[in-house]
Design a protein around this ligand. Sequence first.
Ligand code: 6PG
Length: 463
Amino acid sequence: EKSEFGLFGLGVMGKSLSRNLAQKGFRISIFNREVKGKEEHVAIDFKNKHKELENAHAFSNIEKFVNSLQTPRKIMLMVNAGKITDMVIEDLLPYLSAGDVLIDGGNSNYIKTKERYDYLKSKGIHFFGVGVSGGEEGALKGPSIMPGGDKNTYNLVKPYLESIAAKDVNNLPCCTYIGEEGSGHFVKMVHNGIEYVEMQLLAEVFTILKTMGNNPDEIADILESWKPKAQSYLLSITIDILRKKDRNEWLIHKIVDKAGNKGTGNWTTIATAQLGVPGTLIASALFARYTSFYKDERIQASKHFEITSLPVNLEIKDVLNAYQFARIINHFQGIRLVSEAGKAYNWQLNLSEIARIWTNGCIIKSDLMAELIPVLKEDDNILKHQVIINQVKLLKPSINKVVAKCMLSELAIPCLSDAVNFLNNYANSRSSANIIQAQRDYFGAHTYQRTDDATGKFYHTNW
Ligand code: 6PG
């Protein structure tokens, strides 16, 4: 009997997703190339290791894999994003028929997804660019899934994607149709941008609490006490990380301070710049990682500049408030980016639904995200909602204090300081942009509008 769903690529995520599909009772075919060396029959070996894959069909031959599937075929690709994805598509194409559906579950660039969507459309093949978040464990137990592609074809893949997804508090799947073309991958990309900032903020909070004289266990206890107000997946894993010991020492002290990345934060920063959205925290979180990479130069510079990192005298409650403030600004900026992309590309996005599918399964799940579901039903701009306005006003004095004191102590807190700077800039009815306009007009005759002319007419002055 033919399988109803195919999974191509048995890396960490592919393996977990195929077990998840099989556990839900779907008859699946799995494929992996033969790898010369110790593990020759990756797909068969993997199938034999897991009871739930008893009825799955395992292949290392593409043609046999494709022919084992019911038509229209539904094949999910779990391969490395980039050139490999295109190569795999080309390898599969000769065996596919019109109406088949390819689903790319990797962290692909949304621009590439649009190109692949158009290319495959010309060949009669439907293409879905699907964001999958939650890492290995999420993929196995229920990830958050962000599918983008042709709306009418969504029904073909919906039963599979929605049954393997995590469930929200109301037992609804953390998977919803996002929109056309690359919208699913765009939304996943911004998810990662928000993730970069949430991670960086916790790193900055760690720096502050450490400089206040706490060891990693003490910092873990402090973060634990924040859970009622600031629960999130990233907070809870950070607590675990801080408690982890390696031969009687904190493991965290042994980890080299150079942060890697696989590109999604870079793309989010490019997208926010291209769409004219001030995603300042995302850029700062990305650039903090890049700065960390200059390890040798940093060691040199620390000798030249003698940065002191003086003990900082702060109340824990202010640090928590500053953290919460910056998280609100992060979510404002990230969601705003999704919203502006939706308008620019005509994707008709439902932001409240996107927040909902981000409440479980994914890396940025948090109590704050759950709070944003009703907020986003009213407006794309969360800073217009009275509940959020009240929170931000309450938290603001704390972040003012935290950032000011950290500056005097010479601590690097790029995302916390950007958050407060952003609001000071954003909530300013008369900013210094008049100076910029005057300068532009002075050297380039770029013209400016006048405060005493409501028609919006453009003027030029012979300076
Ligand atoms: C997720 C993660 C996941 C992954 C990224 C992180 O949602 O499950 O975002 O996609 O961990 O690869 O990317 P960096 O390597 O750039 O940190």
